[in-house]
Write a protein of this length. Sequence first.
Length: 290
Amino acid sequence: MKILFVINPISGATSNDEAILIIHKAAAEKGFDFKFLYTTGEKDDEALVAQIKEYQPDRVIAGGGDGTIQLVVRNLLNTDIPLGILPLGSANGLATALNVSQNTMEIVKHLTTNYKTIPLDLLKVNDKYICAHLGDLGINALIVKKFAEQKQRGMFGYLKHLMRSIKESPILRYTIKTPEGIYHKKGYMLSFANGNKYGTGIHISAGSVSDGKFEICNVPRVTVKDFLKAFLTRFNFFTNKEMFSDVISTSKAEIRINKKIHYQIDGEYMGQTNHLKIEIMQSAIKLLVD
């Protein structure tokens, strides 16, 4: 068996050297062939396409966070090559939604020996972008933008960006058109989600990555307390079931916003928009599971 590991070397809060050593050890024990492709942030799609064509792997493992997963899935479309997830990012949103183990040794063993797969839905946004986990517009997208610009991580950085983002974010009015109906809503943040959790572990819906639908979640009010609960959920200090209680489940939607607003997809800041067209790509990828 040939396995291509796509590794983001700067993903997460610590070095990924330990994971790389674990992969080398597993290959020596199990006897599988493998190659590494390290992302650089420049021409990663071209490099991955070339490696898939040249190496012809039996499976591709995304080692990083949601951005690394998104890179891999968009280049596995229209192939029969299964995807594996090795969560090495800071939040690991899709891995969290799928309850993927955070034990690197355990997950490497599973990914290199298991053959069971499930279909993974994806989202297509504005006929151009692929979303593997979730995206949103409003306050959280502005926080993502500030993180990317200032490179300040951790709890202190989160609180700093949170306070500023709440102050800078106006209330929004959206018209959401779906096959099920037309909805008029207002709020400070709107999420569109393939997975059912943020990387913090907070639930945003009862949806599944394989049900042929995605969820649109409106946040009608925002306080610092709400976001702190969302952040601290990863430490099991709080759960907050009310923050994402206004949910629409659908297979496609067109969203118009009353003003241009910040948005992000899978943790990557995308700019500003006042219009989103989202549709499900059902069973787009084969996903390795336990």
